[in-house]
Structure formats: C-alpha cells, structure tokens
Design a protein around this ligand. Structure first.
Ligand code: GLN
Ligand code: ZN
Length: 767
C-alpha cells in the first residue's frame, strides 16, 4: 500500500497550551514537572490526532520546548561556553537560557548568569524563527540530550508506529555560524557525524525502522564543497542502522536533483506543492530500490487540497513505484494552524474551503487510500467533497470580483511612476515642508500601554461604545502629539494606538480578507501569529486611517506623517490565495492602499509612510528567482505610492540592514525617504552605499528599539557622523531603528530626547 506519513505536526496545541505553559513556567508559576506534563500530554494528543486522521507513520522529534534547531544543538552538545554550568549535562534551564538569555546573578540555579541569548533568525522563507547554532573552532560534539529517545519510548508505550525526525548534518551545519575565529563550519562535519551514528544506533535499539532526516538546504543554491560533503556524509551514515528518508521541502531540487536522488539512503521526500515540476523528472533519477515520498498537500497554507489534481500525480507515481510511493504533506505542518474544527465562528462556506494540520493529515490519508481502494465509499465521498469545494470556489462571487479585475487590467505603466523624477520633486517637497537639515522623526508607533490595549479590547468585545473608544484614542493621539512637540521632533506621527497589528488593522478593513479565531502558527518560542487569510479579490470599501491622521494633524502646526502598511508586507504576513499568483494579490493590495494614499493626500497630509517591513523576506530561496520577485514587489510598491503629486513626500520603512544585494531594487521603489535599521550593525549597512549611490533620502536608525537601553546623544551623534560620511547631509534623516510600540514611555522619551539633541549637535557641527 502507499504509506501515508507526516513530516511533523504543530507543537503549540489547539489552544496554544504550550505557549501558555512555557510562559507560566518562565513567570515561576509552573514548575518543571508541570511543564513537562503539558508537553507529554500535547505529544500524546498530537499523535492520536494524526493517527485518527489515518496517518500510518507518525513523526516523533517534531516536538520542541522552544525550537527544534535548538533541540539539536543540545542533543549534539553545541552549547556555547557562556551557557555551561559546573554540573555538566544541560538542563531545561540551559535550554531556555540559550533561547532567551539569562538574568545576571539569578539566585536559583547556577546556569548562565547574564549570558545573552543565541541569535534568532528566519527558518528558510517561512515566518518561523530558529536559534542559530554557534560553533567554535575547536567545537566538539557529544550526545548530550535524551529528549528524542524519551519521546520515542513515550510514543511506543502508546502503541504508535513512529518515525523519528532529525535535522540532517549538512543542514544543521549550514544553519549555524562560526563564532570567535573565522573558519569554515563545513570542517566540523567529520566530528559531527559520529553523533548521528550514535543516535541512529540508539534509535535502532529502540526498535525504530525508519528515520526522517531533513535536508532542506538541498533546495538552495549550494556551493560545490557543500554538495560534495553530502556524498561524503551519507556514505558514512549509510553504515549506521535504520532506514533513512531524506526530506527536502520549500522548493525544488533543481541542480541538486541527481545528488539528492542518488544519496545512499532508502528514501527521498520532495515538495510538489512548491515545485511541482520535479515530477516526473525525479522518476528517471531515482534508484529502483528507493522510496519516494511525494508532498502533495500544502503544509504552509490553510486551503483544502485539490484532491483530483494531487491524485493525478499520485496515480501515475503509484503505477511506477507501487509500494515505494509514500504520500505526505509538502513540509512539516509546523507552518499551518492546528485544527479547523476549533473554528466556531467561520461561516460554513469559508470553513468548507479550509484545512488546518489535522485536516491536512486526513487529506494525506485519503489520498493514500484512494490509490489502494479507489472504490471505497469514504474515499469516494472525500473526492466528491473536494470537487464540490473546487467548483464552488471557482464560481464564487465572493472570490471573483469583476470590478477589481477590471481595475487591475487597466493599470498602465504610468500608474507606477511618480509625476517627476526624485531630483525634481524633492525641491518642491523641501519648499513645502520647510524642515531643518537632519530632520528628526519616528517610525510610527508609540508605546502600546495597557490602557490602550484594554480600550481596544473592550471596544472589540462591545464593552466600550464607539464614542468612548474614539475619545480614548483621541486622548492617546493628543498625548502623543504634545509629547513629540515637547521633545522637539520635526515630523510627527499619530502613534498608531488604534492598531493591534500593522497588517491585521488594514486587513480587517479590506474586502477579500477573512479571519480565524484559532489559526495560530508558531513564530518562535512561545510567540504565535494568527495571519489573516486572503480569500478573494481585494478592495478597499472606504478610508481606513484618514480620520486618525487628520485628527492628529489638526492638533499641531508641525507636519504629521500618515502611516500605512505596504502591499508586499500585507501579502507576506497573510495566508495568500492559491488560485491566483502572489503578484496578482500584491497588485490588488497595491490598488487598495493607493486609494488610501490618495485620500490622505486629499485630507492635506503632506508626508505618507508606506511600511514594507517584509520586503526583503519575500526574496525567493533561489537566486535565479530573485529578479522576478523584486520586479513585481517593487512595482506593487510604486503602484501604491505613485498617485500623489510631486509635493507629497512618500516614506517607506524596512526593519533590517542587509541591503547589499537588493539595494538597486530598493532604489527602484523610488520612495522619497527610506528609514531603516542600522544601529545594531553599527551602520554596517552603509557599505552598500560605497558600491551603489542611493539617490533618494534616507534615515539610518540611530538607536536600537529592541532593547530598553537608552544610548546617550554622543553615541547617536557618532552614528550620524558615520552616516554623514557616506550620505550627503541634505539627504539624511534622524530616526530610531523601528516603531516604538514594544517599549515603555520613560525609556522612549529619554531616547528621543537624546536623539533630538544628537541631531541638533550635528547640525551645529556640520552646518
Ligand atoms: N509603522 C510601524 C511601527 O512603527 C512599523 C513597524 C515595523 O516596521 N515592523 O510600528
Ligand atoms: Zn521596523
């Protein structure tokens, strides 16, 4: 039979039980035994959910207390010196210290006093973040953490047939960083492999037959020495016990296809959702002894699978491979919400279109069964239901809006082009804005105090009337404006008190979006996000932000800048549609937000900021696909921004500093001003400007808002002097790295006072 399996299941729980337990533990309200009990209960529940859904081979090792990469670092003994305690073996306390940092001289325990956390970064192109392993030159590896074996035991005690999941040695090394000295982390491979051997032997001893070894880096552009290392590594690993399935996902193998197919292991998993073109090519390359696992159910989105489409591929593969065919989701279900059955407030139609992790397991199982028993009544019913859903969606007027499509079709190149080039319009803007050199501003949000959050919550729940809510928010805006005037900032903001989240706030006001109640996905550690769902063609029924900004502007003679979220960021932080291309959705968002830009301009707002925090993270994994992405993403931004007159100044904001490889695209966005993160990297970003002369104005962040530390004005002035060496003074702005909503007021005021002082000092010095 065609075996159905899952590559990994979400660990947070249907009600985010893991999040709640972790946070209670960190607050000291739940002891370690209590926390472990929650973990055990969740694992048991998740295996049962998958088994009940019809999955034959269940994953184990997909559970993690904070992050699976961190779990591997513990398992391999990759524990930086600052987290080592006298006692030897790491503990849960060590794990959390590596993840979150440790308070200095904490009285309980003896681990890690004052150690800063490991770096957190994006897991491939997902919104999941992992903890970056830190390798020293003389890094040793030793099996140091028993969790995997304990969990295998746990699952077997429950009577489950399991397949442990490991991150492969090459992917693990690739994801880490060499610290201290400059060396090639690939040199560590030979030292690392014996630990894999030990793990495989232990698992075999526990009666494990199959092990899944994740090597997603096989979908990246790999340097030749890394490709070679794959053969070396797996030639050694093949001698160890257990059958091995190499799992690849998030893209196509492309030039690594032959390499992956021929590794001396027992099976290969490929992602046919992201890279359907890999089939049937793979059949010609796969040795006749190998299992092929086809990922046909999207593990990264919330839509039901089109069963007929998936079955067409699977039937063909089944004829060729027989029992050697396995059926799976495209990747671990870590990236999809847990259980659609929890959604009690979705309308029946929309609900019938969706599938979360539990439902995706059911889909995988049905597809597997359909190959063996096509006439089975349950299979027939599931296929019929899938057809009904596909047909309903294809014809739905809720999704397909002729007016939106007509607007899209009418877009002309000039709509994505400002009236005059920057050099011309900047003069008009300066004339109108009358700002000093080195104008000071902020990125948009001010501290989200508990008063603000409570008012918003009460309003949402209907406990606070609209008039009272308006009054409360006006009060906040009033405070924010007065404070900024007192601090002496040049361009003011309204503070974004009314916004829960920069994407959700706008998504809620657009037609074409839907929201779930329980569609949570882990972002990192105990943090979860609940992305909005793009269901259909997008449009803006009415103005979304204008009244707040207009009110703010009415309170002051200084310029207030309007704040919007850009189309690329809206798209990247939502669950997108699967029935139209991403760039089409971006263009629809662009037109909707463009309307808002125009309304702000009409309301007399002279500066409008369109945030594109997620612009860079949309970059495809393969370099060859970058240009296409950059083209449509840039066009979407320009379409949003370009309806305004020359005199209206467009700002954008991005919260990172790795610009070197995309600086041309950033310039092509043609924002009049861009504010960016730079303080954490000590203005490293400015290197990009040596190679490329960024033509427009720029505000490199002069202090890090991610930390409560308040740098003094001399420190900020220093950063500004550095910036002034690369960027002409008349094109420099002065601002923090990012929005201030996670900070408290006292440190915010103190930092802004110093920032304004630094700008004044520089003006005096350089004038
Ligand atoms: N304007 C937003 C804010 O200040 C930008 C947030 C972001 O870049 N992530 O909060
Ligand atoms: Zn930011």
């Amino acid at each position: 039979m065609a075996l159905s399996h899952s590559l990994g299941f979400p660990r947070i729980g249907r009600d985010r039980e893991l999040k709640k337990a972790l946070e209670a533990h960190w607050r000291g309200e739940l002891d370690e035994a209590g926390l472990r009990a929650v973990g055990q209960r969740l694992r048991a529940e998740h295996w049962q959910l998958q088994k009940d859904a019809g999955i034959d081979l269940l994953p184990v090792g997909d559970f993690a207390w904070y992050d699976q990469v961190l779990g591997h670092s513990l398992a391999f003994g990759v524990i930086p010196e600052r987290f080592r305690s006298a006692g030897g073996k790491p503990t849960l306390e060590t794990l959390f210290a590596m993840a979150r940092g440790a308070v200095a001289n904490k009285s309980s325990g003896n681990c890690c006093s004052g150690a800063h956390a490991q770096e957190l970064t994006k897991w491939f192109d997902t919104n999941y973040h992992y903890l970056v392993p830190e390798f020293g030159v003389d890094q040793q590896f030793a099996l140091s953490w028993e969790q995997l074996f304990e969990e295998v035991e746990e699952a077997r005690a429950l009577g489950h047939q399991v397949k442990p999941v490991l991150i492969g040695p090459l992917t693990y090394l690739w994801l880490g960083k060499a610290k201290g000295a400059d060396f090639d982390r690939l040199e560590l491979l030979e030292r690392l492999l014996p630990v894999y051997g030990e793990i495989l032997q232990r698992l075999a001893g526990q009666g494990v037959e199959w092990v899944q070894i994740d090597e997603p880096i096989l979908v990246l552009d790999l340097p030749q020495d890394w490709k070679n290392a794959f053969e070396r590594a797996y030639n050694l690993i093949q001698r160890e016990p257990c059958k091995k399935l190499i799992a690849t996902y998030f893209g196509g193998l492309e030039d690594n296809l032959g390499l992956a197919a021929n590794l001396p292991v027992d099976g290969l998993h490929i992602d046919l959702v992201r890279a359907p073109e890999q089939y049937p090519t793979i059949l010609d390359r796969l040795p006749a002894y190998k299992v092929l696992s086809l990922g046909v159910v999207n593990g990264r989105n919330v839509w039901r699978c089109d069963m007929d489409k998936a079955l067409a591929v699977l039937r063909h593969a089944h004829e060729r491979l027989g029992e050697r065919l396995w059926v799976a989701p495209s990747c671990s279900l870590l990236h999809s919400p847990v259980d659609l059955a929890r959604e009690d407030q979705l309308d029946a139609e929309l609900k019938s279109w969706l599938a979360f992790a539990v439902q995706k397991c059911q889909e995988v199982a049905v597809l597997g069964r359909a190959l063996e028993a096509p006439d089975d009544a349950a299979v027939q019913a599931a296929l019929e239901a899938s057809r009904t859903v596909q047909a309903a969606r294809a014809a739905s007027t809720r999704i397909h809006k002729p007016e939106v499509q007509a607007r899209l079709a009418a877009i002309l190149p000039r709509h994505a082009q400002r009236q005059s080039p920057f050099a011309e319009r900047i003069g008009k803007q300066r004339e109108r804005l009358q700002l000093p050199v080195l104008p000071t501003t902020s990125i948009g949000s001010f501290p989200q105090t508990s008063a603000i959050r409570l008012a918003r919550q009460a309003f949402k729940q209907g406990k606070l009337g609209a008039a009272d809510y308006l009054e409360a928010m006006h009060g906040e805006i009033h405070e924010a404006i007065r404070t900024q005037e007192r601090l002496g900032l040049d361009v003011l903001v309204h503070g974004e008190a009314e916004r829960n989240d920069m994407v959700e706030y706008f998504a809620e006001q657009l037609d074409g979006y839907a929201f779930t109640r329980f569609g949570w996905v882990q972002s990192y550690g105990s943090r979860c996000v609940k992305p909005a769902v793009i269901v259909g063609d997008l449009s803006r029924p009415q103005a979304m932000s204008v009244e707040w900004i207009r009110y703010a502007q009415s309170l002051t003679d200084k310029v207030v800048k309007g704040m919007l979220t850009g189309p690329v960021t809206m798209l990247m932080w939502s669950f997108p549609r699967e029935d139209v291309a991403r760039e089409v959705q971006a263009r629809q968002l662009a037109l909707a937000i463009r309307d808002e830009v125009m309304d702000l301009e009409a309301a007399g707002i002279k500066i409008i900021q369109i945030d594109e925090a997620a612009f860079r993270e949309g970059l495809p994994l393969r370099r060859a696909a970058w240009q296409h992405y950059l083209d449509w993403a840039t066009e979407a931004f320009r379409l949003t921004a370009s309806g305004v007159r020359d005199e209206t100044q467009i700002h954008t904001h991005m919260c990172y500093s790795e610009f070197n490889d995309v600086i041309e695209a950033i310039a092509a966005m043609d924002a009049d001003v861009i504010t960016i993160e730079t303080s954490r990297s000590d203005m490293e970003l400015l290197e990009a400007f040596e190679r490329f002369d960024y033509p427009n104005e720029i505000g490199p962040g002069v202090y890090d808002i991610h930390s409560p530390r308040v740098p003094d004005s001399a420190e900020m002035a220093n950063l500004l002097r550095k910036a002034a060496r690369r960027i002409p003074l008349e094109r420099l702005w002065v601002n923090p790295d990012c929005g201030l909503k996670t900070r408290a007021w006292p440190e915010t005021e103190a930092a802004l006072v110093n920032m304004v002082a630094a700008a004044r000092q520089l003006r005096a010095e350089l004038a």
